[in-house]
Write a protein that binds this ligand. Structure first.
Ligand SMILES: [Zn+2]
Length: 328
């Protein structure tokens, strides 16, 4: 079934068309050709870190897209959507001095790439891309009210209410990762404040919780704190390791408080979770649902579900970016 888009917000496009989705990260730029069913048919990868000047970078992106079309026998696609850090939806630029990029000037991606390709190009941040990706290709088709939460290096969220993606005054709505869930915390966030949700529910936060719990009790036989990754903790939780399960219990507790607070100002139907730490599955979801129910305002009781994203895990970022072509 095709999603229904409010005319006021979503550009009406022929959903039979293919789209280009571009995920810009500090290391790689992943350029994918996406079909209307949410399948990435082919990827081209550029090494973002190789570029210090954005001019050859934009040229190479245009060339990669042209090659994707040529190799697939296409003459056109519906548009190009780009998810990037420090992306400004309103100007179509990646801001100057973006952390993790060597290209330090402002990058006028939409204008330059659009002119080279003769295609509509839309740029936005990863959180917007994740929410629209879920709406166009994932579990939120037909949903008018939902929130996506991406757990990873940080904690990002996209808010979709009344059929609209919420940008806010400075285009920065949805910084749920920097909602303070514990004002008495001693965990210092990169934003300079203490007790942000990100300090508990990001990959780094989960590792820290594991180490703190380990330090309180008997250390596991093969404990190596300096090399521990969140993926390790997740795998141990899935395997039934008590300390890892306790770690996810703590993670779920803080995440549930953040989500219960978010629910009280945007009344979603569903929260969709995505990102590496969600691979722990029920080790995260089971305590999360319990703590969420305990902390939720009673008027929302049994009215909000928590699900994992239905987007293909490896292609979430490219699919989200491709979905941005529906944004205006
Ligand atoms: Zn913060």
């Amino acid at each position: 079934m095709q999603p229904i888009f409010p005319i006021t917000h979503i550009i009406t496009l022929d959903m039979n068309n293919l789209a280009i989705g571009i995920d810009i990260g500090g290391t790689n730029t992943d350029i994918g050709l996406v079909n209307p069913d949410g399948k990435v048919l082919q990827h081209k990868i550029l090494k973002t870190w190789d570029y210090v000047d954005h001019r050859p970078y934009i040229l190479d992106i245009a060339e990669a897209i042209t090659a994707l079309l040529r190799e697939n026998g296409l003459t056109e696609v519906a548009g190009v959507g780009i998810g990037a850090p420090n992306a400004h939806f309103d100007t179509g630029c990646i801001g100057a001095n973006t952390a993790n990029l060597r290209m330090k000037e402002e990058i006028p991606l939409c204008e330059k790439l659009g002119a080279m390709l003769g295609l509509p190009v839309t740029l936005s941040n990863d959180a917007d891309a994740a929410a629209l990706g879920e709406h166009i290709y994932g579990g939120a088709k037909l949903m008018q009210h939902f929130v996506t939460i991406t757990l990873g290096t940080g904690v990002g969220s996209g808010i979709f209410v009344d059929g609209r993606l919420i940008h806010g005054h400075s285009c920065m709505a949805g910084e749920l990762g920097h909602a303070i869930v514990d004002p008495h915390s001693d965990r210092l966030c990169s934003c300079g404040r203490k007790g942000c949700l990100e300090m508990y529910a990001s990959a780094r936060g989960i590792c820290q919780t594991y180490k703190e719990l380990a330090a309180k009790g008997d250390l596991p036989d093969n404990f190596n704190g300096s090399e521990l990754t969140c993926k390790d903790v997740g795998e141990m939780a899935v395997a039934g390791d008590a300390l890892a399960l306790k770690t996810y219990e703590v993670t779920a507790y803080w995440l549930a408080i953040g989500m219960a607070n978010a629910a009280s100002f945007c009344s979603p139907e569903t929260f969709f979770l995505m990102g590496g730490p969600t691979r722990a599955g029920e080790a995260l979801l089971q305590p999360l649902r319990r703590y969420f129910a305990e902390n939720l305002l009673y008027i929302y009781k049994d009215r909000i579900s928590i699900q994992l994203s239905e987007l293909q895990a490896n292609d979430v970022a490219v699919l989200g970016a491709a979905a941005l072509i529906h944004l205006k």
